[in-house]
Design a protein around this ligand. Structure first.
Ligand code: GLA
Length: 389
């Protein structure tokens, strides 16, 4: 949201009608919303260490993965944040400053290296005394930790509830204020596993993205339960503030290619952050294909920033639609059954009343001008992603 500009006459009128202090509060609020939208105008894209490397993460791993993001071409299609998840923390020094552990000998040096590749660096902490994996958290040291992260030139913080207690809104706001006070622009990702309807207040505590549920495991049924369960949350996300159904598991080995294609297609329709979490250095060509299809990613990164929603369902067959900035519609067609199934796409059900040009985004194939419907053959647990315009 951009603060609109006022002309002089309007300002004079406002001055008469609204006490000055309230006007300042309003202006500051508008400016802060505008600033947040600039920070994450489209859903953040990047890579996170947790799902594959867990607590074995190290400086060397981060450097290697960052290099692979560049050399694989993933950076060129938009992946920009390299996020160090849980497991980097050491102890606090005598002054209470948080230090990295021996696997991260020089955090500022690592950030400098990542920036030199044209990427951004993210880090992880918890508002509780300990993180989910038992490392030291930011509780009682919020301002100090924010200052430390800023001194390392960190661009993104994932702040994960874990051992925290108390009012979640006040707790997350405390760190947001601490980050703001550093004067640096730090993308703020909060993790409350979808509890307390975090989507309804995440933006008000400064979050650019908030996790809407539990961790997405590398298992189709669990990924599908979380992904298809996002319906209704589309009302709460937009430029600068996004629903985060969790990382992509693509390439981690627990799902079939069709199932990973379902996750990517659904996440793009949902305007979800696209955070890969596999071993980028050792990925197969198929994993790269699934992670880096530019036409598919363009659906996620569409400038309008309106998440899609389910428009049709017949048991395990679903059609989701996302409106795009160029007037087109991205259509996700999903088969949750165990057999290849023809899925009818009736245009009038998705608000298309005149013939449209259709394109298959995964295969980059034009399907020609289509009148009022189309039958899509979708494989077991698979997905098709079309664009109608
Ligand atoms: C929680 C989060 C995960 C990951 C781990 C780290 O489970 O939801 O994404 O950050 O903690 O311990």
């Amino acid at each position: 949201m951009n603060p609109r500009s006022f002309d002089r006459k309007e300002l004079d009128l406002d001055r008469r009608a609204v006490p000055f202090s309230w006007m300042m509060v309003l202006m500051l609020g508008l400016c802060s919303l505008g600033a947040r939208a600039q920070l994450a105008p489209t859903p953040p894209m990047g890579w996170n260490s947790w799902n594959h490397f867990n607590t074995t993460v190290s400086d060397a791993i981060i450097r290697q993965q960052a290099q692979a993001i560049v050399s694989s071409g993933m950076q060129a299609v938009g992946y920009s944040y390299i996020i160090i998840d849980d497991g980097w923390q050491g102890t606090r020094d005598a002054n209470g400053n948080i230090q990295s552990n021996s696997k991260f000998p020089d955090m500022a040096g690592l950030a400098h290296y990542i920036h030199g590749l044209g990427l951004k660096i993210g880090i992880y902490s918890s508002p509780g005394p300990t993180s989910c994996a038992g490392y030291v958290g930011s509780y009682g040291h919020e301002i100090q930790d924010a200052q430390t992260f800023a001194s390392w030139h960190i661009d993104y913080l994932k702040y994960d509830w874990c051992s925290a207690a108390g009012n979640p809104q006040a707790t997350f706001l405390k760190m947001y204020n601490a980050l703001q006070a550093t004067g640096q622009t730090i993308t703020y990702s909060i993790d409350r596993y979808g509890m307390n309807k975090v989507w309804s207040w995440g933006a008000s505590v400064g979050a650019n993205l908030w996790r809407t549920g539990e961790d997405v495991k590398d298992v189709y049924y669990e990924m599908a339960e979380i992904g298809f369960g996002q319906e209704g949350l589309e009302l709460f996300a937009g430029p600068g503030h996004w629903n985060d159904p969790d990382m992509l598991q693509i390439g981690n080995g627990g799902m079939s290619e069709n199932e990973y294609q379902t996750q990517m297609s659904l996440w793009c329709i949902l305007s979800a952050p696209l955070v890969a979490s596999n071993d980028i250095k050792a990925m197969t060509p198929n994993t790269l294909r699934l992670l880096s299809n530019s036409e598919v990613i363009a659906v996620d990164q569409d400038a309008l920033g309106i998440p899609g929603k389910r428009v049709w369902q017949q048991g395990p067959l679903e059609v989701w639609v996302k409106l795009l900035a160029d007037g087109g519609k991205a259509v996700g067609v999903f088969n949750r059954t165990l057999g290849t199934t023809p899925i009818p796409l009736r245009f009038k059900l998705i608000g298309v009343t005149s013939p449209v040009d259709a394109r298959d985004l995964w295969s980059h194939a034009d399907l020609g001008l289509i009148n009022d419907g189309y039958v899509v053959m979708v494989p077991v647990h698979g997905a098709a992603l079309l664009k109608l315009k």
